[in-house]
Design a protein around this ligand. Structure first.
Ligand code: COA
Length: 434
């Protein structure tokens, strides 16, 4: 059957399509701003027909109504990353959390987390019957390949993001046409502290470096201070609107990349319509599956790979928690360790963990003697390289425990240096040499 006839035969309404989800099924939902909210809403509206449907989702940007207490018998959320809309369900025990490096998630989809159903969003097909997964190729590509049933929202607002993002119409079991703007992530607010951190991080970045940028205010603040750099490259888990500005200004050229030269590479995108318009049919952008983009070996193919991420707490040995406050899971490892390790393996590579020195309106220090009880070690002390706050840069690689503690205290908030210094004295039996 030619793809046009197949497409017609497999087109359904959202209400019809979600009837193919059965009680006890595992449903993988497209990631971040690529979430097919129209299909998720239809599934939730049909909740009474289901018992124990497992919803596997990573960065959940939609309403996540399946997490609500009233749907506890119908849906159970299994998070690979926790966000604002899913925290309560996961931490109250109504949901679960599966911990996994982002680049290994597609592997789970043909082993322990095999999906019964994938809910995804794609572009309309091209003349060859191929659709692009647009802003969410990441694990969504693997979900399409491994799910027994694929339900796809065909949305003309989804940008076309190149060869590595394509799936065939014939891989889609149910096709639901629905045009709607994508979820947008507004640019974060950048204050004085973020600007100071951005300036410190920018001082570690050189012309020709290839960057990975995490989510949030800090990476965006870094971009503000890169305007006078030359020939930067992008090989990142995701990127946002800030990259568009630097690409249009000629700062990001990808010219000096020695792998995927001339092309900005990521596995998903989060931003505004400006970003989505920029990447659409743009030959200088490649959005590809996460088991390729975040594979540390692939990351390391580019020399001078600089990864920039954030965290919750760092102890005086340099152990980094980036995903929980004590035992309360607030996010996940995501691609942090993928890129920390890829950067370490890259010739001339550097990894940076940058964060404000305090949290909770200045009441707690993020640099602590010991991680809170139950906190997860996201990046180990063996992997950590640069720690950056608004007070400076601590280079921890190859340093003794004593020297690490000394360097970390020097970039802690001044209000907390005294108690950290006392702890140093108790541990090492001396005051840190200044
Ligand atoms: N003690 C108590 N609370 C803390 C804290 C600490 N040490 N550190 C952070 N918090 C609180 C904040 O106050 C904030 O609370 P609120 O939501 O009530 O305002 C919340 O935790 C989130 O912290 P914030 O600093 O606003 O988060 P962020 O948006 O800058 O993200 C991470 C920081 C660490 C959560 C985020 O970078 C992350 O998830 N990292 C892991 C994944 C990753 O690195 N991926 C990389 C590739 S994209």
């Amino acid at each position: 059957m030619d793809w046009k006839a197949y497409y017609k035969e497999h087109t359904a309404t959202a209400e019809e399509a979600v009837k193919h989800i059965r009680s006890g099924d595992r449903v993988v939902v497209g990631h971040a701003c690529g979430e097919p909210s129209f299909l998720v809403d239809a599934m939730v509206s049909n909740a009474a027909a289901y018992r124990n449907v497992e919803i596997v989702h990573m960065v959940a940007m939609g309403r996540c109504e399946y997490c609500r207490p009233e749907y506890a018998g119908n849906f159970r959320h299994n998070a690979i990353f926790v966000g604002g809309a899913t925290r309560e369900a996961v931490n109250s025990g109504r949901g679960d959390f599966t911990t996994c490096f982002f680049h290994e998630v597609p592997g789970l989809f043909h082993t322990t987390l095999e999906p019964d159903v994938a809910l995804v969003m794609v572009t309309p097909p091209d003349e060859n019957g191929m659709c692009s997964l647009g802003v969410s190729v990441d694990y969504t590509y693997s979900a399409v390949k491994n799910a027994k049933t694929v339900i796809a929202q065909v949305n003309p607002c989804m940008p076309w993001t190149g060869e590595r993002s394509l799936v065939s119409v014939k891989e889609l079991d149910w096709i639901v046409e629905h045009e709607a703007p994508l979820i947008e992530l507004a640019p974060p607010k950048i204050g004085e502290v973020e600007r100071a951190i951005g300036e410190n991080v920018a001082s570690l970045i050189h012309d020709g470096d290839c960057l990975q940028l995490g989510i949030g205010a800090i990476p965006d603040a870094v971009l503000l201070f890169l305007k006078d750099k030359h020939d930067l490259g992008i090989h990142s888990e995701m990127f946002s609107d800030g990259v568009v500005e630097l690409a249009e200004a000629g700062v990001i050229t990808n010219r000096r990349k020695n792998y995927n030269q001339g092309v900005s590479v990521a596995n998903f995108l989060m931003g505004t319509k400006r970003l989505y318009d920029y990447v659409d049919h743009n030959p200088s952008v490649m959005i590809a599956p996460v088991d390729y983009v975040n594979n540390p070996w692939v990351i390391a193919q580019n020399d001078n790979l600089v990864s920039i991420n954030s965290c919750v707490q760092v102890d005086l040995m340099g152990q980094v928690c980036a995903e929980s406050i004590g035992q309360t899971q607030i996010s996940g490892v995501g691609g942090q360790v993928d890129f920390v390790r890829g950067a370490a393996m890259s010739r001339g590579g550097r990894s940076i963990l940058a964060f404000p020195s305090t949290a909770a309106k200045g009441k707690v220090s993020k640099i602590v003697a010991r991680l809170d009880a139950g906190a997860a070690v996201t990046t180990s002390r063996n992997d950590v390289h640069y720690i950056v706050t608004e007070y400076g840069i601590a280079d921890l690689r190859g340093q003794t425990l004593r020297e690490r503690a000394r360097r970390l205290i020097a970039v802690a908030h001044p209000d907390f240096r005294e108690e950290l210094t006392e702890e140093y004295g108790r541990h090492f039996g001396e005051a840190p040499a200044v």
